[in-house]
Design a protein. Structure first.
Length: 529
C-alpha cells in the first residue's frame, strides 16, 4: 500500500473519531502452536484501523502461529454484539504461493502512520448495515470460449447468500460494495439470492470512497438489500431463506473484513459484522450443520484471516474432529494468520485485485470489467471447475495474498509429513504428481520467482525461512508468492503420499472433496440452450 493511501485511511479514522463515533478496542493476537510456518506477507490498512501484523503461519496437523494482532482504531457505531476487533484489508500486487512449513517463532510487524490533512467527515452513528441482493438476478453475457463450461441439461437449484460490508462506515469501502455487485452480475437468473450489506439501509451514507485526496461517504448503490450484516440479520435469512429449502445446494460469499479470534484461537477466527459483532468459524459450522448432510455447500471468503473457516470441513468447526459427511468446500483469500487484499476506497474497478475477483472471473469466463477470461481451463476439458478458478487466482492475483482451499487443510490434518521430507522432493516428481491446474500454477510461480532445477522447492524454502526471515513484511509480494509456491508444492506431495500410503477410507474422502472442489455452481444452475 502506498504511503498516500495509508495517510488517507488513518485520516479517515481520525475524522470519524471527531464525529463522535466510538473508538474500537484493540485486539491482541497471541501466538498459537503449530508445526508449519507462514512467511511474510502484506499488511492491509484500509481507511481506518491500524493493526499489528500477525506472525508467520504454520501449516501442518496443528494450529498456526501468530504474533501481535491488528488494532482497530477507526471509530464507528456500536451494536448489541461484542466487537471482535475487525481488520480492514487493502490489496497489494503479485501472485501467491501455496503451502508453508517450518516450525520457527513468528515475526511481528507494526504499521504506523502520521495523520493526514483534512478529510471529509464520516457520517454519524448508523444503524446495523447489510448488503442486499436484487430480487431478480442480473445476468452478464459471457462470450463463448473454449474454456467456458457447458450448461447442464437439468439445472441444479443453487442458492446464494452474500454477507458484505465492513463493521462500520470507515471500514465499509466502496470496493467491498463493488465485489458484491460484481458477484451478483455473474449469477444466472435461476440462482435465487439474498444479500446482507452493512447496516441494511439503502439511504444512510455508509459507503466510503476516495475522490481526489479526500474520503467521502454515500449511500449504497446496490439495487436491493435484504438486511444488515449482523448476527440477527444472518439468522433471519438462515431461517427464512437457507433452511426453507434445506436440500438445495448453497453458495456462500463473504466480502468484507475478518479478524483473529479474540481468545487467541486462530482456528476460530471471525468475519466482522456491522456494529462490532462477529461470525466465528464455529458459529458458521453450527448453522451449516442445520442442513441435511446431502446438501452441498460452497464457501468463498475474501476477508483477512479467512483461512480458518476451512475448518467448517470438520464437525463443529473443530480441526481435530472428523470431517463432515457432506460435500462442503471452500476457497479463501488468506491463511488463518495473514491479512488479505480487496478493501480500498478507490473507485476505479480496474485497480481492484482481490482474490474473489480473480476466482469468479475464471469461474464465469468474464472479469469485472467485462473482458473474456479464456485461459483457466488447465486440463483442456472445455470446462472450468472451482479448483481451476482457484489456480487461476494463485497465478494471476497481483497481491501478497496467500490463498488456501479446503483440500489443503484436509491434507495437512491427515498427512502430517515433516517439511524436510516434502521440501527435498525433486521438482520433476512434483510436476508429475500434480494435476494440470496445480502444474500450471507451480510453473508460473517458479518462473516468476526465478526458481530453477530439481531442488527448487528446497531453494524456495531456504529463502523463505532462512536467516533474516524472523520479521515479516506483510507488503513483500515476492515472499508471499514464494509462500504460495511452497504451499502448493507441499499440497501436491501430500496428496501423492496419501494415495500411496493412506487409509483407503481417507483416500476416498479426499477424492470426494476434490470432486466437489471441481464443480462450477454458476454453470450448473444455467439451463442448457
Amino acid at each position: 500500500m502506498n504511503a498516500r493511501r495509508l495517510l488517507l485511511q488513518v485520516a479517515a479514522l481520525a475524522t470519524a473519531a471527531a464525529s463522535s463515533l466510538a473508538a474500537s478496542p484493540a485486539t491482541a493476537e497471541p501466538p498459537s502452536p503449530g508445526p508449519e510456518r507462514v512467511s511474510p506477507g502484506p499488511q492491509r490498512v484500509s481507511a481506518g484501523p491500524q493493526r499489528v501484523a500477525p506472525g508467520p503461519e504454520r501449516v501442518s496437523a496443528g494450529p498456526q502461529r501468530v504474533a501481535a494482532a491488528p488494532q482497530r482504531v477507526a471509530p464507528g457505531p456500536s451494536g448489541p454484539q461484542t466487537a471482535p476487533g475487525a481488520q480492514p484489508a487493502v490489496p497489494p500486487a503479485a501472485p501467491a504461493a501455496p503451502a508453508t512449513l517450518a516450525a520457527l517463532g513468528g515475526p511481528t510487524v507494526v504499521a504506523t502512520a502520521a495523520a493526514p490533512g483534512a478529510l471529509a467527515a464520516a457520517p454519524g452513528p448508523l444503524a446495523a448495515a447489510v448488503l442486499t441482493v436484487p430480487a431478480t438476478a442480473t445476468t452478464t453475457t459471457v462470450a463463448a470460449t473454449a474454456t467456458t463450461i457447458a450448461a447442464t441439461s437439468t439445472p441444479v437449484p443453487w442458492r446464494a447468500l452474500v454477507l458484505g460490508g465492513g463493521p462500520k462506515a470507515p471500514m465499509n469501502q466502496v470496493a467491498i460494495e463493488g465485489h458484491v455487485r460484481y458477484f451478483q452480475t455473474l449469477l444466472p437468473d435461476a440462482i435465487e439470492r439474498r444479500v446482507l450489506f452493512a447496516d441494511g439501509n439503502r439511504f444512510t451514507p455508509t459507503v466510503q470512497y476516495l475522490e481526489g485526496d479526500r474520503l467521502f461517504y454515500r449511500p449504497t448503490r446496490l439495487q436491493r438489500i435484504d438486511g444488515p450484516t449482523t448476527l440477527a440479520g444472518v439468522d433471519r435469512l438462515w431461517r427464512g431463506f437457507v433452511t426453507a429449502r434445506p436440500s438445495d445446494p448453497l453458495l456462500l460469499y463473504f466480502a468484507g473484513h475478518g479478524s483473529p479470534d479474540r481468545g487467541r484461537d486462530l482456528d476460530n477466527n471471525v468475519f466482522d459484522l456491522w456494529g462490532g459483532g462477529g461470525l466465528s468459524v464455529r458459529d458458521l459450522a453450527a448453522r451449516i450443520e442445520q442442513l441435511p448432510p446431502s446438501t452441498p455447500v460452497v464457501l468463498v471468503m475474501a476477508q483477512c484471516f479467512s483461512g480458518a473457516f476451512a475448518n467448517v470441513l470438520f464437525e463443529g468447526g473443530d480441526p481435530e474432529a472428523d470431517p463432515v459427511d457432506r460435500d462442503l468446500v471452500g476457497f479463501f483469500a488468506a491463511t488463518r494468520d495473514r491479512p488479505a487484499s480487496g478493501c480500498t476506497p478507490e473507485i476505479n474497478e480496474a485497480d481492484y485485485t482481490d482474490f474473489s475477483s480473480y476466482f469468479f472471473a475464471a469461474l464465469s469466463g468474464q472479469d469485472r470489467l467485462g473482458r473474456a477470461v479464456d485461459d483457466a481451463d488447465f486440463d483442456g476439458d472445455k470446462q472450468v471447475g472451482m479448483h481451476e478458478a482457484y489456480a487461476y487466482a494463485v497465478i494471476h492475483q497481483a497481491t501478497s495474498d496467500v490463498p488456501i482451499a479446503t483440500s489443503d487443510v484436509f491434507l495437512r490434518r491427515f498427512v502430517p509429513t515433516p517439511d524436510r521430507e516434502t521440501m527435498t522432493t525433486p521438482y520433476s516428481k512434483v510436476l508429475a504428481w500434480a494435476r494440470p491446474a496445480e502444474r500450471a500454477a507451480l510453473e508460473a510461480l517458479a518462473k516468476e520467482l526465478g526458481l530453477r532445477g530439481e531442488d527448487r522447492m528446497r531453494t524456495a524454502y531456504a529463502l523463505q525461512f532462512g536467516p533474516g526471515s524472523e520479521r515479516v513484511d506483510w507488503d513483500d509480494v515476492e515472499a508471499a508468492h514464494r509462500l504460495r509456491f511452497i504451499r502448493l508444492a507441499k499440497t501436491v506431495v501430500l496428496a501423492h503420499t496419501l494415495r500411496e500410503t493412506g487409509d483407503p477410507a481417507l483416500v476416498a474422502r479426499f477424492d470426494r472433496l476434490r470432486a466437489a472442489e471441481s464443480r462450477n455452481p454458476l454453470v450448473e444452475a444455467r439451463p442448457a440452450p
